[in-house]
Design a protein around this ligand. Structure first.
Ligand code: PBG
Ligand code: ZN
Length: 328
């Protein structure tokens, strides 16, 4: 017999009951806040397409990290924008490059209060804007992998606590693991952007990171959006190559991939709620069409509910603040 015996509404009667049976919670411990650091004189320049997000100079970034810490953020993901770009993306592995200097600054000021993860890629550093080096009009995999490994090591030498390769070249996790181990940095974890799709949702990020490709697009290395099984293969390879954490990116349009990964693999899963997800919510809020807090909570919760253990989100400061005020 069902109704009138069964009444699911009983457990929804008030907040105490709803709280008792709530299945999903967002933990501030598992949120990562992306920070854009640029070689420039201004301390801070707001990014038009990402209201509330700015590029910071290395000094300005210290203030931003302090603000994030005060809000309760525990981890940042650092992106660098160099002053000069070249064909070989040499700023990416320069020991005095923008990320390397910024990481040294943040670590010497905040030490172990903040976990510093660095994005490892070439696109912010190459004049052509691709995530690797070009040979005959095509992104050369194996040459790019060597440079990515060098970049990762240079970040670690500067003090990074974790590296996150985001380029989607084949074999780069193996190469990064190998170079770090050879150097004795066998305790530095790798968070692999494993299932990274060629998505429209990176548009605003490319303004923030000044990394739009100057010709063509990224579809010869990032994944084709219709594919789900291929994501499992990418993740499996990255785990075999030594990834400690794997990532699905974007998050909201790919929640099925987050769920599939969670069911298949026993490593922590990160979901990257990307710039386009952020911009869509911010714009609808500015228009008065969505309630800010409810939209941020519901979208972030959905990523968690799908199975993400770690969430990379531009909303991290507010989410952590709400957790502190017990209004999450
Ligand atoms: C670059 C990189 C991208 C993002 C993180 N690292 C975008 C791209 O492939 O152009 C996207 C982040 C976002 O949109 O928030 N390898
Ligand atoms: Zn890239």
């Amino acid at each position: 017999m069902d109704y009138p015996i069964h009444r699911p509404r009983r457990l929804r009667k008030n907040e105490l009951l709803r709280g008792m049976v709530r299945e999903t919670a967002i933990s501030p411990d598992a949120l990562v806040y992306p920070v854009f650091i640029k070689e420039m004189d201004e301390r801070e320049i707001p990014v038009d397409s990402m209201p509330g997000i700015s590029q910071f100079s290395p000094d300005g970034a210290l203030d931003e990290v302090e603000a994030a810490l005060n809000a309760g953020v525990k981890a940042i993901l650092v992106f660098g924008i160099p002053q000069k770009k070249d064909e070989a993306g040499s700023g990416a592995y320069d020991k005095n490059g923008i990320v390397q200097r910024a990481v040294r600054g943040v670590k010497s000021r905040f030490g172990d209060d903040i976990l510093v993860i660095t994005d490892v890629c070439m696109c912010e550093y190459t004049s052509h804007g691709h995530c690797g080096v070009i040979k005959d009009g095509y992104v050369d995999n194996d040459e790019s992998v060597k440079l990515l490994a060098r970049s990762a090591l240079s970040h670690v030498l500067a003090g990074a606590d974790m590296v996150a390769p985001s380029d989607m070249m084949d074999g780069r996790i193996h190469a990064v693991r190998e170079i770090l181990d050879l150097h004795g940095d066998y305790n530095i974890p790798i968070m692999a952007y494993s299932a990274k799709y060629a998505s429209c949702l990176y548009g605003p990020f490319r303004d923030a990171a000044e990394s739009a490709p100057q010709f063509g697009d990224r579809r010869s290395y990032q994944m084709d959006p219709p594919n789900a099984r291929e994501a499992m293969r990418e993740i499996e390879l990255d785990i075999e190559e030594g990834a400690d954490i794997i990532m699905v990116k974007p998050a909201l349009f790919y929640l099925d991939i987050v769920r599939d990964a969670k069911e298949r693999f026993d490593v922590p899963i990160a979901g990257y709620s990307v710039s386009g997800e952020y911009a869509m919510i911010q714009l609808a809020v500015q228009k008065g069409w969505l309630d800010y807090k409810r939209a941020v909570l519901e979208s972030t919760t959905s990523i968690r509910r799908a199975g993400a253990d770690i969430i990379i989100t531009y909303f991290a400061k507010d989410l952590c603040r709400w957790a502190k005020e017990h209004t999450l």
